[in-house]
Write a protein that binds this ligand. Structure first.
Ligand SMILES: [Zn+2]
Length: 107
């Protein structure tokens, strides 16, 4: 049997090196999904052979492995409200009250 003709160019990736590079880039960082400006807390999810890859701690959906730039590391503080709540931090302190409830003082 002959080799099938590849339809797309395939670049082999060494999983150990790829996972190590992901750890180097995302450890101690937050992450953006795609072009979103929201910064998520990083958690590590099982991948293959006991290797792990970075993912949003809040389980926000996205596709890919991150190899194509689907997730990018950032120094920005966490701005995802779900990630903040999961980390036991208060919601975004910059978010202002829309209006004063009856009996509350306006600040
Ligand atoms: Zn999040």
């Amino acid at each position: 049997m002959s080799e099938p003709i590849p339809l797309f160019p395939v670049t082999p990736i060494d999983p150990v090196r790829f996972a190590a590079e992901q750890h180097r880039q995302f450890t101690g960082m937050r992450l953006h999904i795609g072009r979103s400006g929201v910064a998520h807390r990083v958690s590590w999810v099982p991948w293959m052979n006991s290797l792990t890859l970075p993912a949003p701690a809040c389980h926000q959906g996205w596709s890919g492995l991150g190899a194509g730039g689907e997730v990018t590391p950032t120094h920005q503080p966490v701005s995802c409200r779900k990630c903040l709540r999961l980390g036991g931090e208060p919601d975004d302190p910059d978010q202002r009250t829309l209006f004063a409830l009856p009996g509350e003082e306006q600040s």
